[in-house]
Design a protein around this ligand. Structure first.
Ligand code: F6R
Length: 631
């Protein structure tokens, strides 16, 4: 959460900063700001404004076009309301700083600084941190009989790095900062203390940002700053130091396959719609080179030997994630249990990390994350690593912290996902997990029931085409969504793998329409939620023709008879189901293997259609941010 970007070089910094902020806006968009260094006045130009980055652009039109050094920030408020005074950058004397993450003991440090005579202008933990660094700069300078602001650039740099080290040792939390020092015209300084930062060099200068997307149009070679690392970046040079010892360390340069063209709307009204329509190619990319030629072969993963060793003696699997990614884990449980006969526990990362789970010998922990930076998921992964368990990740962002810290990686190939509400990354997660469960069954000598296996395998291979044929009806699905405009509550129900898909359908609807939605296991309705049912409620019922079909239809009858408006999602030929519905979304024939992917797509479009009708901010829903790097 929150996006950080910095540029230092020979071109004007502001265009780099604004472009970077726009690309990072999905991380937070309640206020934005920048600081440029003006070599003439030898001072900072700081501008901040409330609202989206565009508001900052308008407010600063025609200014700051020549400065060649700057840092910028787009905020998702944690401490202090979204306001100009709380927006970043924050200044303390000769330092100006932007920050992502949380300083947990900020209140205690603030009180201490106030007692020492420091005054504050904002409610943020960020200002506490920059004032703490400033305090140490002043003290360290004094110890050398210097006045910090009057010291030479070299002395200032040295003092500031030690001051940063001291401040870092006093604060608790997971965060990242970058800052400028008054009088140093060619360098950005920073610290990665648990929130991601990436450095890159383009022709005209050095760049630093919270993630790749801010710099992809300038360079595809980047260094992911490791945790607990102080760094300095200038044109053509980056240096990294251990935060505890200040000893220099080497960080490798990595080539990134994503290209900047992918970060554009390509004629779609919203990124979310573009991403829904990208699903056939995303699933094709995710399966490409991995599918065996027949159902008897093995899937091909990046490191086949390590993959086989990983699953050899596994007795129990934990799948851990947050939000939408958690729903993919819930679906995977059905596959691992049925095909691979493995016991699977699925956990919400924010719960798992604070429980005391009991790990038996042979337990393996998998974490699932689009961004690879979600704070709770990362903490769960670290906990599993600390316990000495083997870990793997299913992740979309190359080089992300979760990918780097897990023992084995199964990448999803969804490309950059910009819409805050996840769509293509979810179906890519489902695809990888389905293939994985299928493959693990084979590794364990368990061929899934041969008829199922055969049909399931073939349906996985033709999934991209099947998604295309579902998307051919996208307008109809959006119209169904728009028709729910006057419903107060929208219930999504299903059984088996359709239960997590119901949860996902409801989550998407809540996120982008702000309407009350609930996902429920259809069999649970009569244990409480059926009390909600009246004519103002719509129920989206998902019932592929599987062994639970008849039971789901019985649950449908129970709510239909109490006045609910029924939207059915089922197979085209299912006339029995169709006649029970007010509105029916007809899908092509599916198998148990691919139904979750195909059934979730209409729910994405129902939510999109309703959000459009209601005039909601679809790509950037209120209060949300895409990368949840605080707990
Ligand atoms: C919902 C959504 C979130 C994320 C969750 C985990 O549309 O996107 O629920 O799924 O915040 O994020 P990642 O997958 O990045 O770990």
């Amino acid at each position: 959460m929150c996006g950080i970007v910095g540029y230092v070089g020979t071109d004007a910094a502001k265009p780099f900063l604004i472009e970077g902020l726009k690309r990072l806006e999905y991380r937070g968009y309640d206020s934005a700001g920048f600081a440029l260094y003006d070599p003439k006045s030898k001072d900072f130009i700081i501008r901040r404004s409330v609202g989206h980055v565009e508001a900052l652009v308008e407010a600063t039109h025609g200014m700051g076009d020549h400065e060649r050094l700057g840092i910028a920030h787009t905020r998702w408020a944690t401490h202090g309301v979204p306001s100009e005074v709380n927006a970043h950058p924050h200044r303390a004397g000769g330092l100006v700083l932007v920050h992502n993450g949380i300083i947990e003991n900020h209140a205690q440090i603030k009180n201490q600084l106030i007692a020492e005579g420091v005054s504050f202008s904002s409610q943020t933990d960020t200002e506490v941190f920059v004032r703490l660094i400033e305090k140490h700069c002043l003290r360290l300078a004094l110890a050398q009989k210097l006045v910090f602001l009057e010291a030479t650039p070299l002395q200032k740099r040295d003092i500031a790095l030690h001051a940063l080290q001291r401040a870092a040792s006093e604060v608790e939390g997971h965060y990242a900062v970058i800052f400028l020092i008054q009088g140093i015209e060619d360098c950005i300084f920073g610290l990665q203390a648990g929130a991601p930062l990436v450095l890159g060099q383009c022709k005209s200068g050095g760049l630093v940002a919270s993630d790749l997307q801010a710099m992809l149009s300038h360079t595809s070679e980047v260094s992911f700053v490791p945790v607990s690392t102080i760094f300095e970046v200038s044109k053509g040079l980056s240096h990294f130091y251990d935060v505890k010892t200040l000893e220099e360390k080497t960080v490798k340069l990595e080539k990134i396959e994503w290209s900047s063209e992918k970060v554009a709307k390509d004629g779609f009204d919203h990124f979310m719609l573009k991403e829904i329509f990208q699903q056939p190619s995303v699933i094709a990319d995710t399966l490409s080179g991995r599918m065996p030629l027949s159902e008897l072969g093995s899937f091909v993963w990046d490191n086949p030997v390590a993959h086989e060793a990983l699953w050899k003696n596994v007795k129990k699997v934990y799948l851990i994630a947050c939000g939408t990614a958690y729903h993919s884990a819930m679906v995977a449980k059905y596959y691992f249990e049925k095909w691979a006969k493995l016991s699977v526990e699925v956990d919400i990362a924010s719960e798992f990390r604070y429980r005391n789970p009991v790990f038996e010998v042979g337990t393996i922990v998998g974490v699932i994350s689009q961004s690879g930076e979600t704070a709770d998921t990362l903490a769960a992964l670290r906990l599993a690593n600390e316990k000495g368990l083997t870990t793997f990740s299913v992740c979309n962002v190359p080089g992300s912290t979760i990918m780097r810290e897990s023992n084995f990686q199964y990448s999803t190939k969804a490309g950059p996902e910009i819409g805050v509400a996840s769509t293509k990354a979810f179906t890519a997660q489902l695809t990888v997990l389905t293939a994985l469960a299928y493959d693990v069954a084979h590794l364990r000598g368990l061929s899934p029931n041969s008829k199922d296996s055969d049909e399931g395998f073939r349906s996985l291979a033709r999934l991209p085409q099947d998604i295309e044929s579902v998307l051919a009806h996208a307008d109809e699905f959006q119209a169904v969504g728009a028709s729910l405009e006057n419903k107060k509550t929208i219930l999504f129900i299903g059984r088996g793998t359709m239960y997590p898909i119901a949860l996902e359908g409801a989550l998407k609807l809540k996120e982008i329409t702000y309407r009350h939605a609930e996902g429920y296991a259809a069999g649970e309705l009569k244990h409480g939620p059926i009390a909600l049912v009246d004519k103002d409620l719509a129920a989206v019922v998902m019932a592929p023709p599987d062994e639970l079909h008849a039971k789901t239809l019985s649950n449908l009858e129970e709510i239909r008879s109490r006045g609910a408006f029924i939207v059915g999602i089922g197979e085209d030929k299912d006339t029995e189901f169709r006649k029970l519905c007010n509105s029916y979304i007809a899908l092509p024939k599916t198998t148990w293997t691919t139904a979750p992917v195909l059934y979730v797509i209409p729910t994405q479009l129902i939510s999109y259609g309703l959000a459009r009708k209601l005039g909601c901010s679809i790509d950037k829903p209120r209060n949300l941010a895409k990368s949840v790097t605080v707990e």
